[in-house]
Ligand binder design. Structure first.
Ligand code: DQA
Length: 145
């Protein structure tokens, strides 16, 4: 069975109570369940991770080759700032889908730039928690290719 790693960056542990008008009321635990459910439909085994620490996220990406067949990543604030995370993603040689709850292109200008996008095959954003379901379906397609 193919394996996917779903990485969540800083402050996503606060989902449910964090700016619900932007991010909705679904908690990260509920998103985890939704991803596992969607992964099962595609015969994928999903591992879910969250960290507020940039170095920890980079370590996760570095350790993914050989263990996982693809990565879904919501790097949250690091999306717009982290060259180091982009470099790790470029080096891992795995299919990558970038995901965001909000439509980052509809928001402040500084959110329009994504370093993660330079390493990802594609980006899904703006559908709230549903973005993750779509991202799991997308990574499944990429893995099968
Ligand atoms: C986010 C969008 C980012 O701009 C923001 O910093 C986040 C969440 C999203 O899922 O919509 O923390 O990645």
């Amino acid at each position: 069975m193919a394996k996917i790693l779903i990485i969540n960056g800083p402050n996503l542990n606060l989902l449910g109570k964090r700016q619900p008008e932007i991010y909705g009321t679904t908690t990260l635990d509920q998103i985890n369940e939704l991803c596992i459910e969607e992964a099962k439909k595609h015969s994928l085994d999903a591992t879910f991770a969250q960290s507020n620490d940039e170095a920890e996220i980079i370590d996760l990406v570095q350790s993914a080759p050989g263990k996982y067949n693809g990565i879904v990543i919501n790097a949250a604030g690091y999306t717009h700032t982290s060259v180091a995370l982009m470099d790790a993603l470029l080096a891992c040689n795995l299919p990558i889908v970038e995901v965001h709850l909000s439509n980052i292109y509809k928001r402040e200008e500084f959110r329009h730039k994504s370093y993660v996008s330079r390493a990802a095959s594609g980006i899904i954003c703006g559908f709230g928690a549903e973005s993750y379901r779509l991202a799991v379906a997308a990574i499944s397609n990429l893995i099968k290719k």
